[in-house]
Design a protein around this ligand. Structure first.
Ligand SMILES: Cc1cc2nc3c(=O)[nH]c(=O)nc-3n(C[C@H](O)[C@H](O)[C@H](O)COP(=O)(O)O)c2cc1C
Length: 476
């Protein structure tokens, strides 16, 4: 069973100053990675078109990679911040299995008082040390990742926007394709707050100002991927580090930026304008189709004096990014109703997005199926949920498969939920005729020991625990 290091309902435990710095500042993350031998530096000059991602791919899941020289740009590029859960755990200052609990622990205090820990809005900050004289996205080392991607993509930048109806601030990650030196086309999935805000602005015939923040520490980054929380969501990061994360006034619009970002691109979403975006290597491992989507015009670019551009590689890194936050959101929501849920994992085979394995204490008949139902409710993109007992290692696919083989009977333990909301990017989802959303039959598999049969029959084989250091063993 996993141990949650923090109180699940009370305030999050304070983090050290060094951890807090890493959680807001990408530069502090890079220093830490360097000092602890978790960073590979590519010294050769590389092309941001295909070559950079091709090299990054070879290091996927291992150390992070810093590309020091990128053709036609003065700025280095970091990739891989999240593709290794152990490294992500080290950056958070906790064992990697506890990262979702750190995020979940910040949700309770935020929900209790959303205005607690208000952020300062600075005029001058690291993120506007340099104000670019001309707006020209071609000067940034924005890569073309996969071979059939439709263009250069900002794929790990945080979009800050205000709700035009309430003035509340929200943050989310959106992929954005560069279509001109001052223009981006981008995707808004159904149900996103940014979509709601754009719609409200469009009803008034107005554009929606946003800031696009590139190169942040992990707290604002992870918080931006927490779904369906809405106005005030950026403040969850404050509770993760125990103090407000500073914001900064934009040069052109009435929406702030992150004071510690490496680059800030100030833009406005143009009302009623749709232009082509994609193909793009998506979370699914397939390309999303080219289609007409939303458009931003860039009005200003500010940056640090020596910024590092942050990008994310489609694959393991995206699966961890969405996985960590979905695990936190699911744990927080389900634990509020069913205390017996002990841990959640969204495995890479499910793209960190479509499959969840939940670990549950087996205290009554039917508890597995109840947790499965609540898990689907808590994270709508899921299409498969597996429930296992606390003696099963949810991070080990062999162990989960073993539980399915020896504790699951399709007659009694299979749940089929037809016509449920699915994630539009999953190619098995049937899209609705209006193109807004789609449906899929969801599958729940209760691989927990049948409660009434608990006992010797289901006792796992165990061996004596030994300390190998105490033995004289020849290894080769
Ligand atoms: C790497 C990455 C890329 C993403 N790209 C998009 C995107 O292009 N469009 C989108 O709608 N959501 C995208 N998301 C998901 C949203 O950022 C995420 O669900 C966020 O929590 C939505 O916030 P909201 O619920 O406040 O609208 C992405 C997530 C990650 C981790």
């Amino acid at each position: 069973m996993l141990k949650n290091p923090r109180s699940r309902s009370g305030p999050a435990a304070p983090v050290s100053r060094a951890t807090a710095k890493r959680l807001v500042d990408l530069g502090a993350c890079i220093d830490f990675l360097d000092r602890t031998g978790k960073l590979v530096r590519v010294r050769s000059e590389v092309d941001a078109r295909h070559e950079l991602a091709g090299i990054a791919r070879r290091f996927e899941g291992g150390k992070c990679v810093l590309f020091e020289h990128v053709k036609r740009s003065a700025h280095p590029v970091l990739v891989g911040l999240l593709w290794n859960r152990e490294i992500a755990g080290a950056l958070f200052g906790v064992p990697w299995r506890e990262v979702p609990f750190v995020i979940a622990a910040a949700l309770g205090p935020w929900q209790k008082d959303k205005a607690a820990l208000p952020a300062r809005i600075l005029r001058q900050a690291p993120a506007n040390e340099v104000i670019e004289k001309t707006v020209d996205l071609s000067r940034l080392p924005i890569p073309v990742h996969a071979l059939k991607d439709g263009g250069r993509y900002l794929d790990s930048s945080l979009v800050l926007a205000r709700n035009p109806r309430t003035g509340g601030l929200n943050v989310s990650v959106h992929r954005m394709m560069v279509t001109a030196k001052d223009r981006l086309s981008f995707l808004i999935d159904p149900g996103r707050h940014l979509g709601e805000y754009v719609e409200a602005a469009e009803e008034r015939g107005e554009s929606l100002p946003v800031t696009i923040n590139n190169g942040m520490g992990l707290a604002p980054w992870i918080v931006s991927t927490l779904p369906r929380l809405g106005d005030g969501k950026p403040a969850i990061a404050h509770h993760m580090i125990g103090r407000p994360v500073d914001l900064m006034q934009a040069q052109t619009g009435d929406v702030p930026a992150y004071a510690d970002a490496q680059f800030v691109i100030e833009a406005e979403v143009l009302p009623g304008v749709r232009e082509f975006e994609a193909p793009f290597a998506d979370v699914t491992g397939y390309y999303t189709e080219r289609d007409k989507r939303w458009v931003m015009k860039v009005n200003a670019i500010t940056r640090r004096e020596k910024p590092v551009f942050h990008t994310i590689l489609s694959g393991q890194e995206v699966w961890n990014a969405v996985g960590f936050t979905a695990e936190a959101a699911i744990f927080h929501a389900v634990h509020a109703k069913i205390r017996q849920i002990k841990a959640v994992f969204l495995p890479p085979g499910g793209c960190g997005f479509y499959e969840a394995v939940v670990q549950v204490e087996n205290t009554r008949a039917g508890i597995g199926q109840d947790v499965i139902r609540e898990t689907f409710r808590a994270f709508r993109s899921l299409s498969r949920v597996i429930a296992v007992d606390t003696d099963v290692d949810i991070f080990n696919p062999v162990d989960v498969d073993w539980a399915l083989t020896t504790r699951f009977n399709a007659d009694t333990d299979l749940m089929l939920l037809p016509g449920e909301e699915g994630h539009i990017l999953n190619p098995m989802v049937t899209l609705n005729p209006d193109g807004k959303g789609g449906t899929i039959t969801k599958v729940g598999m209760d691989a927990m020991v049948p409660f009434e049969q608990k006992g010797e029959k289901f006792e796992r084989v165990q061996f004596q625990e030994v300390d190998l250091k105490r033995y004289d063993i020849k290894y080769d």
